[in-house]
Design a protein around this ligand. Structure first.
Ligand SMILES: [Ca+2]
Length: 304
């Protein structure tokens, strides 16, 4: 007997969706990483695979494993898709298909279900953009930015060593005192924010570069994510949701371009949260430093 396929009942959220990238800050091969949250609303446990297709892209099929009835599981699709960097602005539509199986060997298929998401490439150097705000910190001040830390000592100022536009970038410094004793595990967070009013145009982005650094003699320190928020709502995230795996999900010592859409006609506090995981294996022998740098923060807008 040949049995028909049944469309599996799942709720899948891909994050971020849509994805926004600036072609002025991309390598020649663009790599796509995504978070995925799946809830199984079906009547049986499902063994899932996820695949995707889009013009110009190549995706690997990811095996997700078992999701039980009513269970919600979070995945991270690392190095999921690649394409060559586009030479002009384009929006790619990616079709994602979930294949559901009854068995862990992925032999007996229950069915499949599909959804889409968009990857939106913009060109920040296009003359169409109006620059509504520019904070380059080149006057030697934080230009209205302020911040806080959840652990240790906080200060904010400018820095002349690491910058995107000379002579200065913004630097938040966070350090823990020399002299504390014993092993310790904690989760330091650096926060940075400023209030802006967005313009009356239909397409608006915050665009800026960040750099993460640290200096430590005895601690292991891993980055988890940099989250960009407005009015306390998460807008975009680099890295992965917090965990205690001893791996960094955002690169140290590398400038990273952040591009995040903003709503129009809104006075909003835009905020950056850097979340870390710190393990100190012995007594501190010197101050332990963590730094978040930012330069060339802009709000740009246009009417399509
Ligand atoms: Ca600068």
């Amino acid at each position: 007997m040949v049995c028909g396929l049944t469309k599996p009942k799942i709720v899948a959220t891909l994050d971020p969706n849509p994805i926004h990238m600036d072609i002025r800050a991309l390598p020649s091969i663009v790599t796509l990483n995504m978070a995925l949250i799946v809830t199984n609303l079906d009547v049986v446990p499902l063994y899932l695979k996820v695949r995707a297709v889009a013009t110009g892209w190549s995706f690997t099929t990811k095996t997700l494993g078992r999701v039980g009835v009513t269970e919600t599981v979070q995945f991270y699709l690392e190095n999921w898709g690649t394409r060559s960097k586009p030479s002009n602005e384009v929006t790619d539509v990616v079709t994602v298909t979930f294949d559901a199986y009854y068995d862990e060997s992925y032999l007996i298929k229950r069915g499949e279900t599909s959804t889409t998401f968009n990857v939106h490439f913009i060109d920040s150097s296009s003359p169409e953009w109006t620059v509504d705000a520019l904070n380059n910190f080149d006057d030697g001040t934080p230009q209205g930015w302020t911040g806080s830390v959840t652990y240790g000592v906080y200060s904010i100022g400018v820095d002349g060593t690491y910058k995107r536009s000379p002579p200065y970038s913004l630097r938040v410094q966070n350090y823990d005192y020399y002299g504390r004793t014993g092993c310790y595990t904690y989760y330091p967070e650096i926060r940075l924010w400023k209030q802006f009013t967005t313009p009356d145009r239909d397409e608006i982005y915050a665009i800026f570069d960040i750099l993460l650094r640290y200096q430590s003699a005895v601690a292991d320190l891993w980055t988890k994510y940099v989250m960009f928020l407005f009015n306390s709502n998460m807008n975009s995230m680099i890295g992965r949701p917090f965990d205690t795996v001893k791996t960094s999900y955002v690169s140290w010592d590398k400038w990273i371009r952040v591009l995040s859409p903003l709503p129009k006609n809104l006075t909003t506090t835009v905020k950056l949260n850097l979340m870390m995981y710190n393990h100190r294996a012995s007594n501190w022998v010197a101050n332990e430093y963590r730094w978040l740098y930012m330069d060339d923060f802009k709000i740009i807008s246009r009417n399509p």
